[in-house]
Design a protein. Structure first.
Length: 116
């Protein structure tokens, strides 16, 4: 049950990140205090959720780049030192993770169940 809620949270955070950044380029993103701040907050929540997801669950979803999410959690405290890694997380890692979550939702629906 908790796993399903965590996976649902990951999906929602990812969708929120995509919505905030869908029509913005890299320069605009880093120049925009509000969009940047909120996106970084959402990325932080997403990396925290990933870190708290049981390893057994992560092992059942090998196509998701768990190592990239772990690495991102290390650079989020100083995003201006790692702008490329932040931008790649926004434009590549997040959409790919959402795509894989959707695939796993079809093939392993019990993981996403929030009913006991």
């Amino acid at each position: 049950m908790l796993t399903g809620a965590m996976l649902g949270l990951m999906e929602q955070l990812g969708l929120d990140i995509l919505t905030l950044t869908e029509e913005i380029n890299e320069a605009e993103f880093f120049a925009s205090r509000l969009t940047r701040t909120e996106t970084l907050r959402l990325l932080g929540s997403l990396t925290q959720t990933v870190a708290n997801l049981p390893i057994g669950v992560r092992e059942q979803m090998p196509e998701i780049n768990w190592a990239a999410w772990a690495a991102l959690s290390l650079v989020l405290p100083k995003p201006t030192h790692h702008p490329l890694q932040i931008w790649v997380a926004i434009k590549e890692l997040t959409p790919m993770t959402l795509q894989h979550l959707n695939g796993y939702k079809r093939t392993q629906p019990k993981l996403f169940s929030i009913v006991p």
